[in-house]
Design a protein around this ligand. Structure first.
Ligand code: DGI
Ligand code: FE
Ligand code: FE
Length: 186
């Protein structure tokens, strides 16, 4: 599928706001790929499609994961929104014709990260957080600078903010989010 076809399909699956965010992540991921020496085209495709499963209702996310045999952890069952990464990777492969393993990995792990991420995983994780259409989050200006100076430092900063944010609410912290933070902070 070329970019125009992907865009057309994606637009029909997402809200306007989520679509605009996805375009923002595509371009931000491209700039990070320029800076850090990753494959620019892969970064664009992963950025564009990373949230392609985001706008399904929670029960549909669960249903589709079951249907396609994708594993569902306890935390994911209680917070089905966490499934949009792995379900998104499945859709990218089956419905958008993406076979590249690195792209599919970056989509799979974009919400929680995972320990020892490869460069493309990191770029998508960061681009998702810093893209220009994101509403201002605490320390976002600083985090945006770090993204182009020290990618690992930036990842630690994002995870620290996310963990603190989750801690103030009632959300259960996914093991992977915690493990990723511990991996990069040590
Ligand atoms: O899909 P986006 O909104 O663009 O961004 P995302 O995929 O990073 O998802 C962000 C949401 O995911 C945010 O509301 C916090 C939530 N989240 C991230 N890590 C965890 C988590 N929620 C739970 N319950 N546990 C986590 O570890
Ligand atoms: Fe997401
Ligand atoms: Fe996103």
């Amino acid at each position: 599928m070329d970019r125009a076809e992907m865009i057309k399909k994606l637009r029909s699956k997402l809200t306007e706001k989520r679509f605009v965010h996805s375009i923002g992540v595509e371009y931000t991921a491209a700039t990070l790929a320029f800076k850090h020496g990753a494959d620019v085209e892969k970064a664009r495709v992963a950025g564009l499609l990373h949230d392609c499963a985001k706008c399904l209702p929670a029960d549909e996310k669960l249903k589709k994961c079951k249907k396609y045999g994708l594993p569902i952890s306890k935390v994911e069952k209680a917070n089905p929104d966490l499934l949009h990464g792995k379900l998104g990777a499945y859709f990218a492969k089956e419905k958008y014709g993406v076979s590249d393993k690195e792209i599919l990995s970056a989509i799979t792990y974009h919400t929680t990260g995972h320990p020892d991420m490869c460069l493309l995983d990191k770029i998508i994780f960061v681009a998702d957080y810093i893209e220009p259409n994101r509403r201002m989050i605490r320390e976002l200006t600083e985090i945006r600078k770090e993204a182009y100076e020290d990618l690992d430092k930036c990842i630690i900063h994002i995870l620290k903010n996310t963990l603190e944010y989750l801690d103030t609410g009632s959300a259960v912290i996914d093991d992977m989010t915690q493990k990723t933070y511990e991996f990069y902070v040590r």
